[in-house]
Design a protein. Structure first.
Length: 267
């Protein structure tokens, strides 16, 4: 189930996580939800027997290469999809992907830095895919160690997201069905069951109330029921072609595909 963090917003600042809203409009209320994001490639299409990924070697400047190898390995293990190789033990019928890489640039100083690395995925000893990842950061006052940690984290996550499903937080804003929408009040208090009940009552009275349908869709999405969320978003879009509804439906459809893909990858 999605983890929810609540945030009031009079105007959402432009950033990776926040939705931009006009300050001239009435105050909006919204939540941040965790959304599963599909990888760029699906290793299972290469072979359904792949269940192990081994980070073999990251060459180059050791000050960046060593923590990079460690971080990539931990991200793969924590994803709980692929196993880590155990020396001297090979599971019958299994196949593995090997990861190698080279740090091309490791420029770190107080307050700023840049890290560039190229990676290869090998299958049966042959290079199957290659990736180049470049990241930089500008953090005034940050120590060299802090800058390095940020760069290593960004490069590692960017690379791993190529072949392992990840998650990110996205904003969902509500559209009041009345000046005092008690459904929104319940939702902002994390009482999703009550919010759904209130919006369902509204929908039963006014079946074409697209605001209530959309809001209930947000509630279902927050609870992790993407199929019900999609159904409500679709009904809302059928009654009003608000781009917000259409975008919400598309996001929910993509999130469901990513969740299903992640489950298949675990098989």
């Amino acid at each position: 189930m999605n983890n929810i963090r609540f945030r009031w917003a009079a105007c959402f600042a432009v950033s990776a996580l926040l939705f931009t809203a006009s300050c001239a409009t009435t105050q909006q209320k919204g939540v941040l939800v965790d959304v599963t994001v599909p990888p760029t490639i699906d290793l299972k299409t290469l072979s359904g027997d792949i269940n192990t990924i081994n980070v073999r070697d990251i060459k180059g400047d050791a000050s960046c290469a060593t923590p990079l190898k460690t971080k990539i390995g931990s991200l793969i293990v924590n994803a709980d999809i692929f196993k880590k190789e155990i020396a001297g033990f090979e599971e019958a019928g299994s196949a593995a992907i090997d990861v190698t890489g080279t740090v091309d640039k490791c420029s770190v100083e107080m307050g700023r830095g840049a890290l560039s690395a190229n990676f290869s995925l090998l299958y049966n000893g042959q290079v199957w895919r290659t990736f180049i990842v470049n990241k930089d950061t500008n953090r005034p006052g940050a120590s060299e160690a802090e800058v390095r940690d940020v760069l290593v984290d960004r490069v590692s996550r960017s690379f791993v997201s190529m072949f392992i499903p990840t998650s990110r937080q996205e904003v969902r804003v509500f559209k009041p069905v009345a000046p005092d929408d008690q459904g929104i009040t319940a939702a902002m208090g994390s009482n999703w069951e009550m919010a759904i009940q209130l919006w369902t009552k509204r929908i039963n009275q006014f079946p074409k109330d697209h605001n209530a349908l959309y809001n209930r869709g947000v509630a279902w999405e927050a609870r992790g029921d993407l199929k019900k969320a999609m159904a409500d978003y679709r009904r809302a879009a059928d009654n009003d072609k608000d781009p917000l509804y259409i975008e919400a439906l598309a996001r929910a459809e993509n999130a469901l595909k990513a969740v299903q893909q992640k489950e298949r990858m675990k098989e």
